[in-house]
Design a protein around this ligand. Sequence first.
Ligand code: FES
Length: 167
Amino acid sequence: MTQRVTRRQFLNYALMGTGSFMVAGITLPMARFAIDPLFAAGADGDFIQTSIRMDEITDEPVKVDFTFEQKDGWYESEVSDFAWVYRDGDNIIAFSPVCKHLGCTVTWGGDTSNPDMFFCPCHNGYYTKDGNNVPGTPPRGPLDQFEVADSDGYLALGALGANKLVG
Ligand code: FES
């Protein structure tokens, strides 16, 4: 015995199939976009090797450049950045150069009258060598600090977080 599909049933199946296809076409890319950063290379936990040897790092902060692949949704790009790096006894300290006032770039010794401080020229912001913001100047908090690691004798930078030297 054959079962015939009525015109109404056929239209219902066709509309449901087309509707499901359209909903999947919209929601799947959105879901992927939402969770993709969790799986992207360079996410938390990855370290980026720099070109400075661990034994070259002294107690004088120096600018250390690095690049990494950034994946933003479907867009991949190579990003260049840098950190201020110095040695404090057995510890290697690496600070973000981003000012905690309005995000300008901080320099070490950029103000010749305060050569032993980080200086932000945008609004005369100052930080002590441990990254602490100097009270009475515009920055609202200490410089952020990178995780560091030794990668075959070279400095590697990890996640950026709160300054651990000043709590
Ligand atoms: S942005 Fe650095 S002091 Fe304002």
